[in-house]
Design a protein around this ligand. Sequence first.
Ligand code: NAI
Length: 329
Amino acid sequence: MIKIAFFDTKEYDKKLFDEYNKNYGYDITYLESKLNSETAPLAKGFDVVCIFVNDRVDEKTINILKECGVKLIALRCAGYNNVDIKKLGDLTAVRVPAYSPYAVAEHTAALLLSIDRKIYKAYQRTRKYNFTLNGLLGFDIHGKTVGVIGSGKIGKAFINIMNGFGTRVLAYDKFQDEKAAKEMDFEYVDLDTLYKESDIISLHCPLTDENYKMINEESLNKMKDGVILLNTSRGKLIDTKSLIKKLEEGKIGGLGLDVYEDEEEFFMNDMSNSYIRDEELSILLTMPNVVVTSHQAFFTQEALNKIGLDTCENIKEFFETGDCKNKVK
Ligand code: NAI
């Protein structure tokens, strides 16, 4: 029987995988710990480690996993920036490349609307029987220019939503999909043009060595005054220090984050009774025009179902054929 060490388990993971596993019969051990070089020895005797976005698989962890006899790293997510794939050697990693681009795109739109129409403020107010409108003034999204960085599955789903609002959409991508641009009515531009002309900028590219902290003081200076910035991709695409500086200067008009540069210790965990704090995150959380969610953009029932099914299938394919169509390269 294939033995799986399931790291960073949340209650909903266990419920989901117990259900899907009825058709596969894997021997799953659920662990609360995140996988890193300190916890990797827990994988001794397991064939597979199943991991999520905030498990860290660096070279040291990879070597320990190999010593433990692990043959497969099954990511139950799309992004794999947390795995040092160049150091994998004969260890294989597989992922779930698409579980629901709509989930993430729709959450990005929710962040945008929440910031624009101050829904988070209105909600707090009306609960206290305060029905004033002061400070709730928003803007029409219709007619604005939206810049989308990364026009893959999620980027395209977000472009579709923005098209519905009647915006002009500019996109930047390392690999342009001209056919989609024509069919979906958006225009590819270089990054500087996107920064200069967009009222709203949304990040939908993967995190790589190349675009680490691409949103920094220099790029922020190129953006429009009052720009709305959205990041549901990966926290390390943005330099948080520069972000705070530009929020304080009023350069950024609104910020929606579902991911954060140093989110590992905090996001998806209840830290409300802990004294551990992250200084920059704390500053962001006190700002009036910032909405932060806890890496929840993927979190819809439809996406979870696909994650459960595809992860189980990936493991089956790998052990039956020695390969997998969703292998990370
Ligand atoms: P995808 O692979 O379909 O699209 C990514 C696009 O980014 C591709 O078109 C690619 O050419 C482009 N790209 C690559 N490097 C780039 C660069 N340096 N600059 C500009 N564009 C670049 O991926 P998908 O499914 O759209 O996901 C995008 C990202 O969203 C993932 O890598 C992940 O980081 C993030 N994500 C976040 C989730 C959340 O819950 N917040 C859930 C799922 C994904």
